[in-house]
Design a binder for this molecule. Sequence first.
Ligand code: FES
Length: 74
Amino acid sequence: MKSLLEAGLPVASSCDGDGVCAKCKIIIVEGKENLTPENETEAFLRESKDLPKDVRISCQTHVIGDVTIDATYW
Ligand code: FES
C-alpha cells in the first residue's frame, strides 16, 4: 500500500492500513513470488471476505521485487 501511494496510485481504504477493511485489495497479475508471505491479519481477511488466491491485501503485503498488479477500482 505504501509503495502504491508513493508511486502516486490511489488505494482504496477505510481503515488507513490497519488490516480491517480489505478495501485495499489488489490483484496480482505477475510476480507473486516477489511479495512477502501472507500474515495472520491477511489470512483472516482472506477467509472472512472469501478472497481468491490472486488477491492480496496491499496494506499487509511488502514488495521485495518486480510485481504487476491491477485493482478493480483503477
Ligand atoms: S486499508 Fe483496510 S485492510 Fe488494507
